[in-house]
Structure formats: structure tokens, C-alpha cells
Design a protein around this ligand. Sequence first.
Ligand code: SF4
Length: 394
Amino acid sequence: MANTLATEQQKTLSESLATARSAKRIRDYQQISLYRDVNPLDWEDWRWQMRNRITKLDQISQVVSLTQAEEDGLKSARGRMAMAVTPYWATLLDPEDPMCPIRRQAIPTADEFKVSPYEMADPCGEDSHSPAPHLVHRYPDRVLLLATESCAMYCRHCTRRRMVGQEEKHDNSVNRWDKAIEYIQSNKKIRDVLISGGDPLTLEDDVLDMLLGRLRAISHLEFLRIGTRVPVTLPQRITEGLVAMLKKHAPIWMSLHFNHPKEITRRTRNACDMLVDAGIPLGSQTVLLKGINDRPSTMRRLMHELLKMRVRPYYIYQCDPARGTQHFRTPVSVGINIMEKMRGHTTGYGVPTYVIDAPGGGGKIPVAPNYILSQAKGKYVLRNYENKVFTYLE
Ligand code: SF4
């Protein structure tokens, strides 16, 4: 027992050291030539951050030493999602290490042009489950409202790459959600709406306020959820004004998207604190990504850091087979092994559910290590996290 405790303490200590080391690698923005003269008030302004996102090769090459694969990925826009990197996210990129987990999520490489035969434009079958524009209705009691096609940053592993990152084609009229809202209004079985996109927190406060207000006016809706990566990629967006507006529409839950411990900074902590203090429960969805978070120790460290800032780990997703993402996908066994190393080995609140979103639109299917060794009438033979065997009699 003493030995186990010592090993656990050692693990926790080395995890904390690793987090402190990554925090040290974050550059002050004025160390980056592009931002040398930027005034701190502009830097803290989310609209300035959005306007000044890095979208071009000659800009990103002032932030990192590009590899040939990155240059090739950036030279051709054909068939790939646009690049957009917030100046804030740019400070987290390792300028010299192309394997930096933050950098790999933001800068396209030539690998995005390789499409395997089983990859799809719409791997979760959202378009075929759409009863109205911007709406996906896959489960009986809840719907997904795709409120916008814009995001603060375009994640290279994005499953909705078929629709995000092409801002010039978007319909930005305020009545673009009319049909979707009419559908929700007329379907009394719907009790929960997940507003996602793109990223709904890229909308202006008044536009989001109007959308939330129209949905909250529907009496059979019990609560709303917002799916967003903005607290991670653009924490400056979490302003007092936004938080006060969201609070007005309670109960609202928020699903964030954290993939690596290096994404957790003083700034993201502050954003999460503001949201939680306003009574908005936070969960995190993490995508399992090859070479980024596919080691149990990295995933465990991420989950611990999330708990420390009151974000409940919710899902780990097997990376969907969206076109051009095979370089990010791991075998399913990697995910099962991560779950094996988490359940029982750390706080239950820190153990998310590992799921595969069934290709074609079957919804999320939980995948887990097998703890039932055999089953007969009235009897289950089970194993625990230490592989000790127990019999449970019904
Ligand atoms: S924020 Fe979400 S929707 Fe936007 S690119 Fe990233 S994963 Fe895709």
C-alpha cells in the first residue's frame, strides 16, 4: 500500500512538473514579431483577436519555423479547410517543434490531402438527419442547432470541416434560424437544444441573446446547451457582458473542447472561472488524436487539470473519419487502453466516456474495457481495475 501511494505521489508530482514546464514555454505575445507593437488593450479585445487571426503562410511563418509538410499544406487551399489561428493561440505554438500538440491542431500539413477510402465528408450523417436548415435531429428528445459556420480557430481534425471555415459563403441574416426554431416549436418531444456550429460564441452578444431568448420562449424546452471551443482558443471572448447575458437564460450548460494540458493557461482558467461562477456547468469533450493526446499519462494529466478548474471531463471521442484526417486517427484499442488506465486509477469525476460516433448517423456508442468476465443466471464474474476477479450474485 505504501509503495502504491509513493508511486501515485510521484506520478502526480511529475504531472504537475510537466504542466509547469509547458506553462513556461508559452511566449509573451510581444516576443512574436507580428505582435511586438500591439497594445495590451487590443490584445485583450476578442474582436481585435478575431480580426487579426493568422490566415496566411507569410504570417504564420513569422510565428514558427515552418516545415516542408506545413508549407505544402498551406500552399494549396484546394480541398482543405481554411486556416485561422487566433493571436492568443499563436503564443502557445512551439516555434521549433512541428510535433507541438498546439501547433499540429492549428497548422495544416500535406497529410490533409491524403483521403482514405473509408473517410467521408459528413461522417456523422448530420446532413441526412436535418429536418430544417441548420438543424440536426438524431435522438428523439434533443436537437443540434448549427448556429454558425465560423470558429475562432479551425481545428485540423474537425469533423465538420465540410461546412466550417468558408465564411464568405455563409448566410448571416438574423432570420436564418426561423425554420429550425419553427421545427423545435412544433415538436413537443424536444426538451434540450445543443447550440453548436462552427462556434456560437463567435456571434455577437446581441445576436446570441436573441437566439437564446427565442429558444427559451419555447415552453417544452427544459434547458439549452452551448458547444464551444472559444474559452480554449479565444478566452478573451468570455467577457463580463457575455457572462451576464448567458446567465439571464439559465439553465445553460456548456460543452468545451480541450485536447491537451498545454491548452490550459492562466487565461483559460480565468475564462472557465467566470463561466462557472455565473452558474454555468462546464463539461469538456476531447478528441483522441494520434501523437497529441494518445498516451494515458497525457490524457490523465488533462483530466486532472480540467477538474482543477471545475470542468467535468465528459467525452473522449474516437476521431471521426472526416476527409483528410487519417493522420490524426488512432486504432480504437488505443482509446480502450487509455480508459483502462483511468477507471479506478483516478477520481471517478475525471473519467470521461470514450465513444465512437457511429459512421452514417447512428449516434454515440460507448466503448470501454470489458469488466464482465462471464455471466450466468443470477451470477456475474467481474474484474476490477487491478485485474482482481470477483463474483456478484444477484
Ligand atoms: S471549434 Fe469545433 S467546429 Fe470549429 S473547427 Fe474546431 S472542432 Fe471544428
